[in-house]
Design a protein around this ligand. Structure first.
Ligand code: 5GP
Length: 120
């Protein structure tokens, strides 16, 4: 589809540090940094440093299982560092209908306030 063309995104420049970001956690394969437009007191993005075709979760293949699992674990590391282990949310927007805007897979880690969905 046109929306998920596998080209460079702004996150490549964040990974290369060409564009500065507030890094919360970094290792060989993942980077976690604060969202520039936070939707909660804690709003951190967790991304793979090597995209390997993962423009969005809809492109996931079996070879991505390790990195996908690692990103989820990094979300937990971020939650601990940010002091929100008592309650946090991990969100992945995948595709235009989900309002994805950057086509480099990322986990949103949100916390520090009461989340409002589902209504219960
Ligand atoms: P999406 O809407 O694709 O799920 O999420 C993309 C996120 O990236 C948005 O929450 C947006 O605020 C964030 N973002 C976009 N550009 C930048 C940037 O240059 N720096 C940082 N730190 N976040 C960005």
């Amino acid at each position: 589809a046109a929306f998920d063309t596998d080209g460079p995104t702004i996150f490549d420049k964040i990974i290369s540090k060409e564009i500065p970001s507030a890094v919360v956690y970094e290792d060989d394969t993942a980077l976690a940094f604060r969202d520039i437009s936070p939707q909660a007191p804690v709003h951190v993005l967790v991304i793979p440093k090597f995209r390997d075709g993962l423009t969005h979760l809809g492109k996931a293949e079996e070879r991505h299982e390790n990195i996908l699992g690692h990103l989820m674990y990094v979300a937990r590391i971020v939650a601990e560092k940010e002091g929100i282990l008592d309650g946090f949310r991990v969100v992945v927007n995948s595709g235009p209908s989900a309002c994805q805007s950057v086509y480099h897979l990322h986990l949103h880690v949100l916390g520090g306030r009461q989340m409002k969905w589902p209504p219960g």
